[in-house]
Design a binder for this molecule. Structure first.
Ligand SMILES: *[C@@H]1O[C@H](CO)[C@@H](O)[C@H](O)[C@H]1NC(C)=O
Ligand SMILES: *[C@@H]1O[C@H](CO)[C@@H](O)[C@H](O)[C@H]1NC(C)=O
Ligand SMILES: *[C@@H]1O[C@H](CO)[C@@H](O)[C@H](O)[C@H]1NC(C)=O
Ligand SMILES: *[C@@H]1O[C@H](CO)[C@@H](O)[C@H](O)[C@H]1NC(C)=O
Length: 357
């Protein structure tokens, strides 16, 4: 009993001692010598400036890194919160790896400075919903959210549309249903493996009209016939019809040969959503094409302007040389009047040049 009390009191006694001795300053590295030695290190990866902060016991995004980093590897630390200042200095980041932290809070504008971000890994954290700001980024291609305990509907309620997203991983997220994914016209890869999704309706997949790779493994209830006996059949039909490939050997086992599915209805609604998505994607592609054409025209125009200016400059310099030669010639003639005329001419020329500039 006495020993226990002593142990409980010991830290307080130590703290008391520290407070008493004013000259003693508490240095964190004093308690954890590794902390002071470990530093993020820089390297070149695929021609990009990368910084490796893997497993450094960091509790926040370091703010003393070079500002031109394009890859930030901060996997396996103990970062809990992300704030709108976290990445404000690092606007060049294209690849952001934050797996295996304890991230549970993401302030609204956190990712806004990362307008070039293409890939974000947030696997194995404590998120309950997708940080919707990520979907708003114009160049985002891949989002990894696997190993988070997402709330009902995957925390996607009210999440914005992404025109650029190509791959989304929601594996092992304790999902009981597919999140209400809005129009994702560029998504070709969806991973919802290791959840407990009961059913997926064709109209839930239809807003992802480019979907080609689908990982449904580990959702055994999808093969159940469901209340109406139609869920599995409709999903299976949609997947076949749209040439979606089920990954990792997953097979929907609807026992199509045993039952009659004629009462299950048609897929008119899903097809309509699908068509809207397709036309949206086509419009986006057209937009990109037009932008590219204008870009080319701009470059050509700029080149023409530069060439014309160089020609003008050349002509101007040549004229000046000729005039100077004339001046010498006139000077040699010792005709006072002509000399002043020539001088005047040069002066006017100089004036014009100044005005132009
Ligand atoms: C963050 O954004 C969401 C949706 O835009 C809004 O509902 C919420 O109130 C915002 N939170 C803060 C702290 O601004
Ligand atoms: C859609 O994805 C393709 C690659 O599959 C990419 O080339 C294209 O830029 C993306 N579209 C948009 C709007 O980001
Ligand atoms: C889906 O995600 C899980 C968990 O991250 C992973 O093990 C699996 O390989 C992924 N599926 C595919 C097809 O990449
Ligand atoms: C599809 O089903 C809806 C209602 O379920 C019906 O109104 C529509 O006529 C059907 N379309 C076709 C082509 O069978």
């Amino acid at each position: 009993m006495f020993l226990q009390t002593a142990f409980i009191l010991l830290p307080f006694l130590v703290l008391f001692e520290i407070a008493q001795t004013a000259s003693f300053s508490v240095d964190p590295s004093h308690f954890n010598p590794r902390e002071s030695q470990k530093r993020c290190s820089y390297l070149r990866d695929h021609g990009m400036m990368a910084v490796d902060c893997y497993n450094l016991d960091l509790s926040s995004i370091p703010q003393d890194l070079r500002t031109n980093i394009e890859i930030l590897q901060a996997t396996r630390n103990r970062i809990r919160d992300l704030y709108k200042d976290s990445f404000a200095r690092y606007t060049d980041i294209k690849f952001l790896y934050l797996d295996d932290n304890m991230i549970s809070y993401v302030e609204n504008e956190t990712f806004d400075p990362l307008q070039d971000l293409e890939v974000i890994r947030l696997s194995h954290n404590a998120l309950v919903r997708i940080p919707s700001g990520v979907l708003r980024l114009p160049k985002i291609r891949k989002i990894f959210l696997d190993g988070n305990r997402l709330i009902n509907e995957g925390g996607f309620v009210g999440a914005p549309v992404s025109e650029s997203l190509e791959s989304l991983t929601l594996a092992n997220c304790y999902l009981k249903e597919l999140p209400p994914l809005k129009m994702l016209p560029n998504l070709s890869e969806l991973n919802v493996s290791g959840n407990d999704v009961k059913r997926i309706l064709p109209q839930q997949l239809a807003p992802m009209c480019k979907l080609h790779w689908l990982d449904l493994s580990g959702n055994s209830r999808l093969s159940e016939r469901g209340e109406s006996g139609c869920d599995c059949y409709l999903l299976d039909s949609w997947i076949r019809n749209k040439n979606i490939i089920l990954q990792r050997g997953y097979k929907l086992n609807c026992e199509s040969d045993k039952y009659d599915f004629s009462h299950c209805g048609n897929m008119t609604e899903a097809e309509e959503i699908y068509d809207t998505c397709k036309s949206r994607a086509a419009a986006k592609a057209q937009e990109a094409k037009v932008r590219k054409t204008w870009y080319l025209i701009g470059i050509i125009l700029a080149a023409i302007i530069i060439i014309v200016m160089l020609c003008l400059l050349y002509l101007h310099l040549r004229n000046k040389t000729i005039q100077q030669e004339n001046k010498f010639a006139i000077n040699n003639n010792t005709d006072g009047k002509s000399v002043s005329q020539a001088d005047e001419e040069i002066a006017t020329d100089e004036l014009l040049k100044e005005i132009k500039c």
